[in-house]
Ligand binder design. Structure first.
Ligand code: GUN
Length: 299
């Protein structure tokens, strides 16, 4: 069994990105700049956003953190996004989810200009991804694809079972694993809350991607020998032995699953750091206008 070390792999990717930033600077080009918007004081969201800002510093990006109160109106948030859209210095925008209930995630997502949507949540980017066009791909699925790629895991012709159909992870993951690409070319089964017998599917899987947000859901009896297991879950579970009062647990019961795996991601240190590196990579592409070339009126 080999650990898919997301921490180590993400550090390598960050080194590569930092090198590209130095190159951009030496060519007199602009430094990539990410703006993150955080509404409210949700503990996990604050941790994530702070990490994203720290990552930017590490690779030499500029960053702006916009903090808004939990009772910020939808209108005010949309205005804030519009301002960042129009700020030429800012290449990428993320609005940290979840948002308070009185704010429409859809409206906010659609307000972000697709050219700056480094989360890859805008329908234009989702549509472009589905069609195989250059697009920002949501950071978690993109980070997972990168991890499989860097460990040279064969995916072509394999059966990939994904558990969870969220907009952010499960659904885009199913498209990436099925598409005609490498990694990709899988036969994909997408399991969800209405799936009748998840175990019957996971027992048939060569690759299992668990992204349902239920700590310890996937157990050793649910997979066959040699399966590749990717654990996307990262739930806070009460733990009196920890100073902060909680521990982090994935969707995979590592103890029973890992002995049967060929490869497995740990939690923490697997998918999480890869997600962060993927966001940086998207922001670098935004600064380089890789996907949306400016159109000159003389063209
Ligand atoms: N909340 C959980 N994951 C994400 C993510 O990838 N992007 C944003 N904006 N919010 C999130």
């Amino acid at each position: 069994m080999t650990i898919l070390d997301g921490k180590k792999t993400s550090e390598q990717i960050k080194l590569e990105i930092a090198g590209e930033v130095r190159q951009l600077i030496s060519e007199g080009k602009k430094v990539p700049h990410l703006a993150a918007v955080l509404v409210g004081v949700d503990g996990a969201s604050q941790t994530y956003v702070n990490s994203k800002v720290k990552d930017c510093e590490q690779v030499g990006f500029g960053s702006t953190l916009v903090r808004l109160a939990a009772d910020t109106s939808e209108q005010l948030l949309l205005e804030a996004v519009r301002e960042i859209n129009d700020d030429e210095d800012i290449d990428g925008i993320i609005v940290q989810l979840p948002l308070p209930d009185h704010i429409s995630v859809q409206k906010v997502t659609e307000m972000i200009r697709p050219e700056k949507d480094v989360d890859g949540f805008h329908p234009v980017n989702v549509g472009r991804m589905v069609k195989g066009l250059p697009a920002y791909i949501a950071a978690t699925p993109f980070g997972i694809v990168q991890l499989l790629d860097r460990y040279q895991i064969e995916t072509s012709g394999k059966h990939c079972v994904i558990i969870g159909r969220s907009d952010i992870v499960g659904t885009p993951m199913s498209i990436l694993m099925a598409r005609k690409a490498n990694p990709g070319n899988c036969t994909v089964t997408l399991c969800h809350s209405r799936t009748q017998d998840i175990k019957a599917h996971t027992l048939q899987a060569d690759i299992v991607i668990a992204a349902l947000g239920k700590p310890g859901f996937l157990t050793g009896d649910m997979i066959k020998q040699g399966t590749v297991v990717v654990d996307v879950g990262i739930s806070r579970v009460p733990d009196a032995t920890k100073k902060r009062g909680y521990g982090l647990k994935g969707d995979v019961d590592f103890e029973s699953v890992s002995p049967k795996c060929s490869f497995i991601t740990p939690v923490p240190g697997g998918v999480g750091p890869m997600t962060r590196a993927a966001l940086l990579w998207n922001t670098l592409q935004a600064a380089k206008n890789s996907f949306y070339k400016p159109v000159s009126i003389t063209d």
